[in-house]
Design a protein around this ligand. Structure first.
Ligand code: HMG
Length: 386
């Protein structure tokens, strides 16, 4: 049975910061961000937008009423949880009015969580071929003002509908994983922002990639030259480019070809920033919607990496007609986001919801987005769908 991605959608908050402005405010050469990190802009999320609203928005963009009635599992991969107990997928299930007889869970392992969700979805469909599984990757990346990670921040969500006989991509069931108990990036429960060993994290990203790919080649007999493109986890675009270069040390033709495809696969990531669990799938969406070269039947290699660390390499094959299931105006929509000054970004991105002693929100700003957090009462988050 062929199982894979039948639909894919994306949402980002409506605010954007230009990294040239951030560089100027931080007294840094703008080329460090533009060329050194290969990033141009970052999405900025207000307090009224979180992983629930972004995830619901991404899913709403792709689901038909029929899908909503047939989905029997909702998986949210995230490392920006809004509750230590209740899964974000339960809130999203309610906001989207999905089939009540569904399983809803949240998966955490840094930027890798949604890939684990995809694997779980595949097993579920293999057992229940008529089912549909909604896999959402939703995150808000914040490193703090003037930190090294600040220009790599971002926010957004990817939603994927996983089914039998998918319309976009058949996942090949050739996955190879690796787990390493390391401290390259972590988020203690009582810290607002992640702790990062920046240089160590970049080294681990690349070493996990090359060692897992060696194992992948041994197990599958496949070579890099077999793939039309590579989609990697993109914490910032330069990291992904270094990954491609680390994979292709000898074959120059393959390196050139994959480097060209890579530029197409980071069009959106450069404008949105790191969206943690969703970054690899945003890169897929970018490739699918911006490449004039790839075509049905092509195989795409994936490298998912989550700090801590767990990584996975797997592949997918493009299905005839996949282009009919994509959007052509996404770049235009990204250009329509509201630009922020650095001062406004600092105010919006780092704003915190104030609550009184009874757990009721004080002066929560109004938000007209399709899905928004509208109140907190008695410590309960209350969302609205417009
Ligand atoms: P940094 O240390 O400030 O930057 O931050 P740098 O000094 O390493 O410079 C970055 C690049 O800019 C270098 O290029 C410089 O040469 C270049 P490279 O040598 O690496 O090719 N550069 C310039 N280029 C042109 N003109 C200039 C100029 N100046 C410098 N004037 C760091 C870099 C990655 C440490 C920081 O961004 C950071 O801490 N980021 C967060 C951690 C991260 O993203 N790690 C990536 C791997 S781990 C991962 O992917 C998992 C993650 O997504 C989390 C999760 O799984 O949940 C992060």
């Amino acid at each position: 049975m062929n199982i894979g991605i039948d639909k894919i959608g994306f949402s980002a908050p409506n605010y954007v910061l230009d990294l040239a402005d951030l560089a100027q405010a931080r007294n840094i050469d703008p080329n460090k961000f533009k060329l050194g990190l290969l990033q141009s802009q970052m999405a900025v999320s207000p307090v009224t937008q979180d992983i629930v609203t972004l995830g619901a928005q991404a899913a709403q963009a792709i689901l038909s009423e029929e899908d909503k009635a047939e989905i029997d599992m909702v998986i949210v991969g995230t490392e920006s949880s809004i509750d230590q107990s209740k899964a974000a997928s339960v809130f999203i299930h309610g906001l989207l009015d999905l089939n009540p007889f569904a399983r809803s869970i949240e998966i955490k392992e840094a930027c890798y969580g949604a890939t684990a969700g995809l694997v779980l979805a595949m097993s579920h469909i293999a057992q229940h071929p008529n089912s549909k599984v909604l896999v959402i990757a939703s995150d808000i990346a914040k490193y703090g003002i003037a930190s090294a990670g600040e220009p790599t921040q971002g926010a957004g969500a990817i939603a994927m509908l996983v089914t039998a006989d998918p319309a976009i991509m058949i996942l090949q069931d050739d996955n190879v994983c690796q787990t390493r108990d390391i401290m390259d990036f972590w988020r203690p429960n009582d810290d607002k922002y992640p702790r990062v060993d920046g240089k160590f994290s970049t080294e681990q990203y690349t070493d996990c990639l090359t060692t897992t790919f060696d194992q992948y080649k041994k197990r599958t007999g496949k070579e890099l030259a077999d793939f039309a493109a590579v989609c990697l986890h993109i914490p910032f675009s330069k990291q992904g480019l270094k990954g491609i270069q680390a994979l292709t040390t000898e074959d120059e033709e393959t390196l050139n070809r994959l480097s060209e495809r890579f530029q197409e696969a980071i069009v959106y990531n450069k404008l949105v920033g790191n969206i943690y669990t969703g970054s690899i799938f945003l890169s897929l969406l970018s490739l699918l919607e911006n490449s004039q070269t790839i075509e049905a039947g092509d195989d795409i290699l994936f490298y998912s990496y989550g700090s801590g660390a767990v990584c996975e390499i797997f592949s997918g094959r493009l299905v005839p007609g996949y282009k009919e299931h994509l959007q052509t105006d996404r770049l235009e929509k990204l250009k329509q986001r509201t630009p922020l000054s650095v001062q406004d970004y600092e105010k919006i991105f780092f704003e915190e919801i104030q609550t009184d002693e009874k757990g009721n929100a004080i002066d929560l700003p109004k938000d007209d987005a399709a899905f928004a957090l509208i109140d907190i009462q008695d410590f309960k988050r209350i969302y609205r769908k417009n």
